[in-house]
Design a protein around this ligand. Structure first.
Ligand SMILES: Nc1ncnc2c1ncn2[C@@H]1O[C@H](COP(=O)(O)OP(=O)(O)OP(=O)(O)O)[C@@H](O)[C@H]1O
Ligand SMILES: [Mg+2]
Length: 118
């Protein structure tokens, strides 16, 4: 786990992030390594700058949709994570290859306000 020591989050957001981490970590443990792997790893990272933050959970397993992990698009876990992300005003990106899955959840409050040319 990589964390910025000075980070602070509202307790509601911290609880939601905790639930999300638990679900994603459980998924990695359940599905990423159907066959034991000596260098199996799950990396959890959290970065925060002011009100913006990014959480990532990455494994080096078999990836989604491999024959060993039949797809289950209607999983309750996916639905709960989606609801929590909506509540947090964040967005999810998922990358899945044959060398692992990375799920990132990002909240960005930055709003661009371009100036008009003179
Ligand atoms: N880290 C991962 N590596 C490989 N496959 C994954 C990974 N995470 C999820 N999956 C695949 O995505 C599917 C959907 O995950 P989801 O969490 O929605 O459901 P579930 O874990 O099967 O059920 P639940 O979360 O309700 O207990 C899983 O069934 C699995 O096939
Ligand atoms: Mg799950």
């Amino acid at each position: 786990m990589i964390a910025d020591e000075d980070s602070t989050l509202e307790s509601n957001s911290a609880v939601s992030l905790g639930l999300i981490v638990t679900e994603l970590l459980t998924n990695a443990i359940k599905y990423a390594f159907p066959v034991a792997k000596a260098d199996a790893r799950v990396r959890i990272s959290f970065e925060q700058h002011a009100d913006d933050w990014k959480l990532s959970v990455a494994d080096n397993g078999v990836g989604m949709g491999s024959t060993a992990t039949p797809p289950n698009p209607g999983g309750l876990g996916t639905a709960i994570v989606a609801a929590l992300i909506k509540q947090l005003g964040a967005r999810l990106t998922e990358q899945s290859t044959a060398t692992g899955v990375t799920v990132s959840i990002e909240r960005s409050t930055f709003v661009s306000s371009p100036r008009k040319a003179a």
